[in-house]
Design a protein around this ligand. Structure first.
Ligand code: 13P
Ligand code: SF4
Length: 370
């Protein structure tokens, strides 16, 4: 296999292709590659990419699928941290590829190793001891590999929106407190479900010394919630739910746990993208749904449910998509696959050795805990 990037097919001609041309190239390349390449798609992918998926899922399902596939090339249509997880959990001879390297996650970028290491040190100062005797670091899977490695090294673990309650249970059975990053909303909602009072879950602002908290506040809190959020899910509001309920009194509201606490509280169901899809699919014909998650998922679900007489509506007042997920378009997918046909790998995601090794420890703790 040749991986000399200078010799790879340049992207420019693909960028100039129409969607139809790109679709044709994808189909032709897939026919040549056969089972050598597998395409994994997150549920937020745009329809013209999602239609090419071999496997779809939420973050947890995709992590498991990436660990199980035997294809040499894992083409990940999602965001950067997901392709990193695929690389970490797959075999060394397998290659994880992200068709556009600009497909990141703005929430994942809200925590970095320097800030988490500083928070850990500050916790040690306040405790006057090793923070690992008291705190379990828990990172949402929406985080860079070096933060997963941090958790691996310090007895911590990874969670996803599907398994966060189990992981919180796992963590609190081992140590009395959690440092949860980077999504404060997932942490707060999960803690609330477990019966932890809101006043025992305090926000840790990584841009302030000691998270902006007093030693007394730090000692009292059960969960320190990193001040991070998803820019897509923060658009949804309780007022949108109330307005919809006034017009659809028999309707159901279902939201992703990245939504603000009051949105989750005002919803009938809260869960991962996979949970949202399966719940609406299993609902009786004629039911009405308001869905608080990314637009591509909601519009695909609405189309799929319409023949069964189910109404599915998007919660947001304006159409808000995950702009980074959108970066994976048919042109980038066609370019990636055509290069593979020619034996060239572009946009490989390869997590370096020691980081991968410790991140895998934290990921495997998660996979065996759930
Ligand atoms: P899921 O694991 O529920 O698919 O969530 C991933 C994500 O990034 C939602 O914004
Ligand atoms: Fe990240 Fe939010 Fe996009 Fe999910 S929807 S990938 S959390 S920016």
């Amino acid at each position: 296999m040749t991986t000399i990037l200078e010799k790879a097919l340049p992207f420019a001609p693909y960028g100039a292709m129409s969607d139809e041309q790109a679709q044709e190239r994808i189909l032709a390349a897939r026919a040549q590659l056969g089972e050598e390449a597998v395409i994994l798609c997150h549920h937020y992918q745009r329809a013209d990419v999602y239609r090419h998926a071999d496997l779809t899922g939420d973050s947890l399902k995709l992590a498991r699928l990436a660990a199980q596939t035997s294809s040499r090339y894992i083409v990940f249509c999602g965001v950067h941290f997901m392709a990193e997880v695929a690389d970490i959990l797959s075999q060394p001879e397998q290659v994880a590829i992200l068709p556009d390297l600009a497909a990141g996650c703005s929430m994942a970028d809200m925590a970095d190793l320097a800030k988490v290491t500083r928070a850990w040190r500050e916790l040690g100062e306040v405790l006057d001891g090793d923070p690992a005797e008291v705190y379990t670091p828990v990172t949402y899977i929406n985080s860079a590999a070096d933060l997963k490695a941090f958790c691996g090294r310090h007895g911590g673990i990874v969670c996803t929106s599907t398994n966060a309650p189990h992981i919180m249970e796992w963590a609190l059975a081992r140590r009395p407190k959690l440092l949860f990053f980077p999504d404060q909303h997932l942490g707060r909602w999960t803690g609330h479900q477990r019966g932890i009072p809101l006043e025992d879950m305090l926000v840790w602002d990584p841009d302030l010394p000691y998270g902006g908290l007093s030693p007394e506040q730090i000692r009292r809190a059960t969960i320190l919630l990193w001040k991070g959020h998803c820019s897509v899910h923060q658009m949804f509001t309780k007022a949108q739910i109330e307005r919809w309920r006034a017009r659809h009194p028999q309707g159901y509201v279902i939201s992703h746990p990245e939504c603000a606490f009051e949105v989750c509280l005002a919803s009938d169901y809260v869960g991962s993208t996979e949970f949202i899809q399966s719940t609406v699919r299993a609902a009786p014909a004629g039911t009405e749904w308001l869905v608080g998650t990314e637009f591509n998922l909601v519009s695909r679900l609405a189309e799929e449910m319409a023949p069964q007489g189910k109404t599915v509506q998007f919660m947001g007042g304006v159409v808000c998509m995950c702009s980074t997920m959108q970066r994976i378009d048919p042109q980038h997918l066609a370019w990636t696959l055509d290069n593979l046909v020619q034996g060239r790998v572009v946009n490989r995601i390869a997590v370096p050795g020691e980081v991968a090794q410790w991140a895998k420890v934290a990921l495997e703790r998660m996979l065996s805990a759930t």
